[in-house]
Design a protein around this ligand. Structure first.
Ligand SMILES: [Fe+2]
Length: 289
């Protein structure tokens, strides 16, 4: 997700990315980070997906990971994720075309996904979400890093995140999250919102069909983490409670010892809506003071 780091790594040098465009988009995002929320224009942060430039290796890496992950996810993945991946026409055959993904999403929830050069500053990221737009990296990890890549690529972003955007409740939650995060300048709430994102969008579990299933993108896109989340006796799986989630710190660089379990995405959307009302009222109050 979001981070303040400027990225200049191997993924940006892939042929699918025009480096001039990427640098300009990144510079615009950094500039927007200094602006008030209402003046942020997300359009110049977008870079086109030049799909025809993907190499045979790119398609092969996507296909290999897609097949391996689906082996586990047909059993352990949320139905909402599996139905969503089908609805946006993801397949092992080739790296997805965002225009195809977007044509399907448009009809279902109005969400869209567009290419970005890498991490966006937090305020920019929230501005995208508030407009039902999802920034996605478009590079594919090299074959040599098939198992693990420290930053997101199209496999994490489109395979891991975007299928859930087909679900009306999740779609509503994510937009409300973006709007609330965009107006919040209290560091306490900024940290609480980061935890909420982490324990839901990135590492969430859900009850479906009398058992636990994976839906967070960090679990969807990682075999080891997904298996650990469901089957390790070392994981404490707590029922979702928004305030408890927001009070739980997390660490990034190891498997998660605590996870939160939703009963439904409606539960998440409702809890977020209540929290957003609180945050919007606080923001209105501090603007009036
Ligand atoms: Fe993510």
């Amino acid at each position: 997700m979001q981070d303040e780091t400027n990225r200049d790594d191997g993924l940006l040098r892939q042929p699918v990315i025009d480096s001039e465009e990427a640098l300009a988009a990144n510079a615009w995002a950094q500039h927007c980070d200094t602006l008030p929320a209402e003046r942020i224009d997300i359009e110049p942060m977008k870079i086109p997906q030049r799909w025809e430039r993907y190499t045979p290796e790119n398609h092969a890496v996507w296909g290999t990971i897609f097949r391996k992950r689906m082996d586990q996810l047909t059993r352990d993945g949320s139905r909402v994720f599996l139905d969503g991946a089908k609805a946006i026409k993801l397949s092992a055959d080739q790296v997805p075309r965002l225009e195809v993904v977007n044509a399907q999403l448009e009809a279902l929830t109005g969400w869209q996904s567009h290419g970005v050069p890498g991490y966006l500053p937090p305020k920019c990221f929230f501005a995208w979400l508030a407009q039902r737009q999802f920034p996605t990296t478009i590079a594919v990890r090299p074959a040599a890093q098939m198992e693990y890549l420290p930053e997101p690529d199209i496999i994490h972003d489109v395979f891991g995140h975007v299928p859930l955007h087909t679900d009306p409740q999740f779609a509503e939650f994510l937009q409300t999250y973006g709007k609330a995060a965009l107006v919040t300048d209290d560091p306490v709430h900024t940290e609480r919102l980061a935890r909420l994102f982490w324990f839901t969008v990135e590492f969430g579990l859900i009850h479906e069909d009398d058992r636990l299933k994976l839906y967070g993108s960090g679990l969807i896109s990682s075999e080891g983490e997904g298996h650990h989340a469901l089957y390790s006796p070392e994981v404490e799986r707590r029922p979702f409670d928004l305030d408890r989630v927001c009070d739980t710190p997390f660490e990034i660089f190891h498997y998660q010892p605590i996870l939160y379990v939703l009963d439904s995405f409606e539960q998440l959307a409702t809890a977020m809506s209540t929290y957003a009302e609180r945050l919007l009222a606080l923001a209105a109050g501090s603007a009036a003071a």
